[in-house]
Design a protein around this ligand. Structure first.
Ligand code: CA
Length: 220
């Protein structure tokens, strides 16, 4: 199940770029360009909110405060511009969880969003692809109903592959594996994990995309 973000940004070019970025990373993105549109589009599927502070019909901080007052608990990350009046204290007081200042590095935004979603209670949804079932409660992957004997690292890699419709980059795998365990994993180690994982799930299920990363394939 791809994580769902609500992206509220009025700069169409930036919004387009962010849409592309998040989509490539396996998120599903709902976009909005104004406060009005944001109110309409925030539905139950949304797991995290990326909220521009300066919007044509209002400001993100007030919108955040309004949502929190209504009991909204999902994580909210502000996008602020250097030349915009953004008071960090006021922003976080309004109930925002984090913020990044434009111009920001795409990788930084991605990692902040990842942390936010990780710290918020995950939405449990069974994932099933090509005879493989992901059981997040037990941290297991079942192949035709039988649990695969996976190491923790293999489980994490396999989860990322199963959850993404797109190619998962080596960089992203390395980053997540490193973030989670605190133990450094280099390129060679990743290759070793990958080949062991392939033996367990069937080599043809994991496609190598040269120079980029890996992609799950349902059909053998
Ligand atoms: Ca703006």
């Amino acid at each position: 199940m791809n994580p769902v973000l609500l992206l509220i940004e009025d700069d169409a070019v930036l919004r387009g770029g962010l849409m592309e970025l998040f989509t490539r990373e396996g998120y599903r993105v709902i976009e909005a360009g104004s406060v009005r549109e944001a109110r309409q589009k925030k539905d139950e599927t949304v797991q995290g909110i990326v909220l521009d502070v300066g919007l044509p019909d209002g400001d993100g901080v007030s919108l955040c405060r309004e949502w929190r007052a209504q009991g909204e608990t999902r994580p909210i990350l502000f996008l602020t511009a250097k030349d915009e009046e953004f008071d960090v204290v006021r922003g976080l007081d309004s109930g925002g969880n984090d913020y990044v200042t434009k111009p920001f590095r795409m990788q930084e935004l991605l990692s902040r969003v990842r942390v936010l979603l990780r710290n918020s209670p995950p939405r449990k949804a069974a994932l099933s692809r090509g005879g493989f079932d992901l059981d997040e409660e037990r941290m297991q992957v079942l192949k035709n109903g039988e649990a695969l004997p996976l190491t923790l690292t293999e489980y994490k890699i396999l989860t990322m592959l199963l959850e993404s419709k797109a190619v998962v980059s080596r960089d992203r795998l390395l980053q997540v594996l490193w973030d989670d365990g605190g133990k450094f994993i280099d390129d060679n180690t990743l290759s070793v994990h990958m080949s062991r994982l392939r033996e367990k799930v069937g080599a043809d299920h994991i496609r190598t995309v040269r120079g980029v990363g890996y992609q799950w394939s349902d059909i053998m």
